[in-house]
Structure formats: structure tokens, C-alpha cells
Design a protein around this ligand. Structure first.
Ligand code: ADP
Ligand code: MG
Length: 228
């Protein structure tokens, strides 16, 4: 428990720092992006269009990283409302499938009937998005990712399963530690964010992984009490 508290405090500190500088950095970046886009349309730079595109993409990437850090900030307003988890997943689905369009990957939904829960929709979207991203990134060439929901022993379960490379046993404990990443371009924040979102929802995350892929289970405790 002590270790867990220390982890959460550390996360909060990172979030506070991000909130302090994130917004300030964003504004000039937006200006630069706008000018780049403007200049790139000029005829005399026609040969350089790909370079401009690359610069804009890099700015967008930097922006995404800031978003990731900002979501660790305590300043975020949590907004718990009664909602069906399946509704959130269905709304998110078109956005998720954009990630698979260019590749030989697919996302399948397997949604069982659920009671409503008190959830923060934005946070749940981010949790699901982070898990789906990791699942897709774990499948380098092709594969199927399945998002399932069901009830088990009175608890609502959300499951994201991929057919990727799996998480080696020796690093399993480190997943979710801020900045732990095995990826060249990873921030190592995705799972840390998932754990803190789960914690605010009284949910538990459990990783099952092998060479055939990874299954991340999020168990929302006390679903029965929330039921109408
Ligand atoms: P990032 O994706 O930026 O590396 P995350 O916190 O999302 O950061 O994930 C941390 C690490 O956990 C990843 O670098 C990867 O090694 C491992 N991981 C997470 N999810 C999966 C998954 N579905 N399959 C395999 N490895 C995973
Ligand atoms: Mg990630």
C-alpha cells in the first residue's frame, strides 16, 4: 500500500508540473503549426511539401505527449454520471477503428448486457483508448483486438484482448510505473494513467499475458450497488 501511495503521489506531482507548463508550451506550438501550414501552401515550397508535413506531424506528436501528461493533473474536473459502459465503447468505436484502417488489424466488439455505473465518460474513453493503443502496438503486422464487456460475480468487467507479443514476466510488475516503456517512442505514461483512472472508479486492473497475446481486465467493483 505504501508503494502504491508513493506511486500515486509521484503521478500527481508529474501532473501538476505538466499543468504548469503544458498549456504555456502549447500556445506557441499552435502558432508555429499555423504558420507552417500557411507557408507550405506557397508555390515556391512545392518541392518541400513532405518536409512541411513531417514538421506538422512532429508538432502534433509533441502535442499528444503534452495531453498525456496533462491528464495526470489533479486539476482535471471529474464528472461522474450514470452511464452504460457499452454506450461509451460504441461512441468510441469509430475513433478506435481509424487506428486500424491503414493496417491489417481489426477491432471486434463483444458487448454483454450491463447495468449503468457511475463513470467519468472522458476518463473511461482515455482508459479504453490507452489499452487499445497498447494492444494494437503489440501486434506489429496484423491481428485482432477484442473489446468485451460482461458481468462476473456481480462486477462489471471490461476486457481488452490482443494477439500481440505479450508482456514478458520479468517486466510485468513495472508496467504502469510512470515512464516505464519498452518502446522507442513510448512515453511510458499510458498504463500509469489507466491505473489512476481505474483507482478513481474503484476498479482493479489485471494483466494476463503470454506469447499468444495480452488480456487486460478492468473490474468495476460494486456494480450491484449502483444498479437502479
Ligand atoms: P507506452 O505505450 O508509451 O510504452 P504504457 O504505459 O502504455 O507506455 O505501456 C508500458 C509498457 O507496457 C509498454 O512499453 C509495453 O512494454 C508494455 N505493454 C503494455 N500493454 C501491452 C500489451 N497489450 N502488449 C504487450 N506489451 C504491453
Ligand atoms: Mg501506451
Amino acid at each position: 500500500l505504501e508503494k502504491e501511495m508513493a506511486r500515486l503521489e509521484r503521478l500527481d506531482l508529474i501532473g501538476q508540473m505538466a499543468a504548469g507548463i503544458g498549456h504555456e508550451i502549447r500556445n506557441p506550438m499552435t502558432t508555429v503549426r499555423g504558420y507552417l501550414q500557411y507557408i507550405s501552401k506557397k508555390d515556391k515550397y512545392a518541392d518541400e511539401i513532405e518536409t512541411f508535413q513531417l514538421m506538422i506531424e512532429e508538432l502534433d506528436r509533441a502535442n499528444e505527449i503534452i495531453t498525456e501528461y496533462l491528464s495526470l493533473s489533479q486539476d482535471r474536473v471529474v464528472d461522474f454520471k450514470r452511464i452504460n459502459l457499452n454506450t461509451i465503447i460504441q461512441h468510441l468505436y469509430p475513433i478506435l477503428s481509424v487506428h486500424t484502417k491503414m493496417e491489417d488489424k481489426s477491432i471486434e466488439l463483444n458487448l454483454g448486457s450491463l447495468p449503468e455505473l457511475y463513470l467519468d465518460k472522458k476518463e473511461l474513453c482515455q482508459l479504453i483508448l490507452n489499452l487499445v493503443r497498447n494492444g494494437l502496438e503489440a501486434m506489429p503486422i496484423k491481428g485482432k483486438l477484442t473489446i468485451s464487456t460482461y458481468i462476473q460475480q456481480g462486477n462489471v468487467i471490461l476486457e481488452v484482448e490482443d494477439q500481440g507479443r505479450g508482456i514478458p514476466n520479468e517486466i510485468k510488475d513495472k508496467v504502469g510505473t510512470p515512464f516505464f516503456t519498452t518502446k522507442l517512442n513510448g512515453t511510458g505514461l499510458g498504463m500509469a494513467i489507466c491505473y489512476s483512472i481505474a483507482e478513481r472508479h474503484n476498479a482493479l486492473i489485471d494483466l494476463q499475458s503470454g506469447p499468444q497475446g495480452t488480456k487486460v481486465r478492468v473490474k468495476f467493483q460494486g456494480a450491484e450497488e449502483v444498479k437502479a
